[in-house]
Design a protein around this ligand. Structure first.
Ligand SMILES: Nc1ncnc2c1ncn2[C@@H]1O[C@H](COP(=O)(O)OP(=O)(O)OP(=O)(O)O)[C@@H](O)[C@H]1O
Ligand SMILES: [Mg+2]
Length: 249
């Protein structure tokens, strides 16, 4: 098991955002986490990658309410819920956040290099850059362009490219297709399949359920902070209640 989440509960003040979540991702898998808006999908990815714990540190110093995290996150045999987010990145657990966010004033190349800022190995960094340019030739052609002037689809490619610069073992991608035109979405999904073929394990949060179910090895359905189903795409689509109530299909 590459990622093993056990009995994870996250509450903000009295609101329980994640309720006793247990899930796992094996090496080489492409697993999706789907479910309605506000289900807690992004919160789950943010907890796994240490961002919620970091937020907790900030709120602890302010007078705002408390964040409580219970349960365990084990990645590659090591507890992640005890170490800071930058250490988690170094272990190869990389989070590509919701809504693409390149540094708008920086060039494409500088954004990509920012993804490698924790990497000490210059040769590996160059190899990663070559790999990103091979995967996204459009970024290669635009390496000197200011990122804020890229199209939406190009910015999404840049966000994924930046994540790849940190040598991921597990890449957690949050809603890469949101806000993109259909053709661009297909392109993004094609790239995700190519990344899987490179041997990178992927945990994908998406709204485009039908499309995603054709790509994944397994899927989890999250609703109101709870995992209510798990299975292959076919298994989940055969269940009428899940299909209608939770997937909106
Ligand atoms: N920092 C926070 N403080 C308080 N509540 C929060 C915080 N972040 C998220 N929430 C709440 O937690 C719930 C889950 O949010 P989350 O963003 O994880 O959902 P999601 O499944 O990713 O939804 P979407 O599909 O719309 O992206 C929501 O009700 C949200 O308002
Ligand atoms: Mg979200």
């Amino acid at each position: 098991m590459l990622l093993d989440v056990t009995n994870l509960t996250v509450s903000y003040d009295k609101a329980v955002l994640l309720n006793n979540i247990s899930m796992h991702v094996d090496e080489g898998e492409l697993v999706s986490m789907v479910g309605p808006n506000g289900a807690g999908k992004s919160t789950l990815l943010r907890t796994i990658s240490g961002l919620v714990a970091w937020e907790k540190e900030i709120t602890r110093r302010s007078t705002q309410g408390d964040i409580i995290i219970k349960g365990s996150v084990i990645f590659n045999g090591e507890r992640m819920d005890q170490i800071p987010a930058n250490e988690i990145v170094k272990k190869g657990l990389i989070h590509c956040p919701e809504r693409r966010r390149p540094f708008r004033e920086m060039t494409v190349l500088d954004n990509l290099m920012a993804g490698a800022y924790l990497m000490k190995d210059k040769i590996q960094t160059q190899e990663n850059l070559d790999q990103v340019y091979q995967l996204f030739p459009v970024l290669h052609g635009r390496s000197k362009q200011i990122s804020g002037t890229l199209s939406g689809g190009e910015q999404q490619m840049l966000a994924v490219g930046r994540a790849l610069m940190s040598t991921p073992k597990l890449l957690c991608i949050d809603e890469p297709s949101t806000g993109l035109a259909p053709m661009m979405r297909d392109e993004v999904f094609k790239k995700i399949m190519e990344i899987k073929k490179l041997g990178i394990t992927i945990l994908l949060v998406e709204q485009e359920v039908k499309m995603v179910f054709t790509m994944t090895t397994r899927n989890y359905v999250l609703s109101s902070g709870k995992i209510i189903a798990e299975g292959t795409g076919d298994q989940l689509l055969q269940d009428e209640i899940i299909r209608k109530t939770y997937l909106g299909l």
